[in-house]
Design a protein around this ligand. Structure first.
Ligand code: SAM
Length: 382
């Protein structure tokens, strides 16, 4: 049941916004996506070549019907029913680790919160999240004491996770930078911005670089992308990713994007993939955000919007996206942009649903599109 996974105020908020679809939406949010997408890095390979390589690596890739650089893998599971009680010694994992195990990852020692004292290496164990939900079954690689004390290493080799998504980061094709794991709606964003060679493009919230690197590949590494982020750690990760992917036309800038106008640049196009409440990200074993967080985040996002408008040339394009489901962070902020004089533009790829009370913006719903929850708007400064 999804009820215990969402705070009462948020469940009420979803019921008001999505009516009879709210229940199904919340159930879906608790599961990983049915189709796990990767983006072919067309700077280095083609889709058909990568499909062949992935098959040789033992995977079952399928072509996206929507995007020519999209490949997906079917999710496995659920591998056991919700009321399954294996009655094995219990290892309790923190939320982050439990969410990973739930989709097929190994359980690493730093993610272990508690372990039944009797556990020794080789024992079969059940893995539960901090609230008691069974996320997988596996074989202990460490004793209970080691699991708690070790700072690294696999504590439990997960043999039966609730769901399984392919594990890709160990593949040779991954190391060679032939693809980037990216959700389908995220992949739509770069197409909606329609970057062209020779344009100055600014990505205001760029790390870890999923959309920036997609823009670069569409631009064939020509033109210039200024990629801003305030998190040094995330930028460091992004630098590594751009290198892996062979992206060369990006200037990384460590700064607070709300100060963008101080740089005095005039961009042709701006991508604002705004920091948000991330309510659309799947899977969520449970959610802790409430409508208060939504209000505060929507206000925070308006600072970025103001900065973007100031730094866009006349007739320039702003693409605004979030991975959240709320009204205020999405249509609410689009209304704010319309009041500031921007005009909505048609989106080149439209495979989601229309907005709430506004047509022409694109929403992705977990229960309708079997994707993450996502929002995309395209506006012009006139
Ligand atoms: N666009 C990225 C991608 O596709 O990989 C994901 C971006 S994530 C949704 C939002 C990013 O905004 C985070 O990396 C966060 O560090 C950054 N951020 C939050 N507040 C910021 C600020 N004031 N200035 C610049 N970046 C900020």
């Amino acid at each position: 049941m999804y009820l215990e996974a969402f705070p009462e105020e948020l469940r009420e908020y979803y019921r008001r916004l999505f009516g009879s679809e709210a229940g199904l939406l919340m159930e879906k949010l608790r599961e990983p996506v049915e189709k796990y997408y990767i983006r072919v890095n067309t700077l280095k390979t083609s889709r058909s070549k990568l499909m062949q390589i992935l098959r040789r690596e033992g995977l079952r890739p399928k072509r996206s019907p929507h995007l020519k650089e999209g490949i997906y893998f079917e999710r496995e599971g659920p591998n056991f029913p919700d009321d399954f009680e294996p009655n094995l010694p219990v290892v309790r994992a923190n939320k982050f680790a439990a969410e990973s195990v739930y989709q097929g990852a190994m359980l690493y020692a730093p993610g272990v919160l508690q372990a039944d004292r009797r556990i020794k290496p080789g024992d079969e164990v059940e893995i539960r999240d901090p609230k008691g939900l069974l996320v997988g079954i596996g074989r202990a690689r460490m004793s209970a004491k080691e699991m708690i004390l070790s700072k690294r290493g696999i504590a439990v080799e997960v043999t039966l996770p609730k769901f399984r998504l392919p594990s890709l980061s160990e593949l040779e094709s991954f190391r060679e930078g032939l693809f980037y794991a990216q959700s389908l709606p995220s992949m739509v964003v770069a197409h909606v911005l329609e970057p062209e060679e020779g344009e100055l493009i600014i990505d205001m919230a760029a790390a870890p670089g999923g959309k920036t690197s997609h823009l670069a590949q569409i631009m064939q590494n020509r033109g210039e992308i200024m990629a801003l982020d305030k998190s040094k750690n995330r930028l460091r990760k992004m630098e590594g990713e751009l290198k892996r992917l062979g992206v060369k036309n990006v200037r990384l800038m460590h700064m607070d994007s709300r100060k963008l106008p101080e740089l005095g640049v005039e961009a042709d196009k701006i991508l604002l993939d705004a920091p948000c409440t991330a309510l659309g990200i799947r899977p969520k074993l449970w959610e802790s955000r409430t409508p208060k967080d939504i209000e505060a985040t929507a206000r925070y996002q308006r600072h970025f919007i103001n900065a973007a408008i100031k730094s866009l040339r006349k007739d320039g394009i702003l693409v605004y996206s979030t991975c959240t489901l709320s009204y205020e962070e999405n249509e609410g902020n689009v209304k704010y942009m319309l009041k500031k004089g921007l005009k909505l533009e048609e989106q080149e790829i439209f495979i989601g649903s229309g907005g709430i009370g506004i047509e022409g913006v694109q929403r992705f719903y977990p229960h309708r599109h079997l994707t993450q929850g996502f929002f995309i708007a395209k506006l012009r400064k006139v």
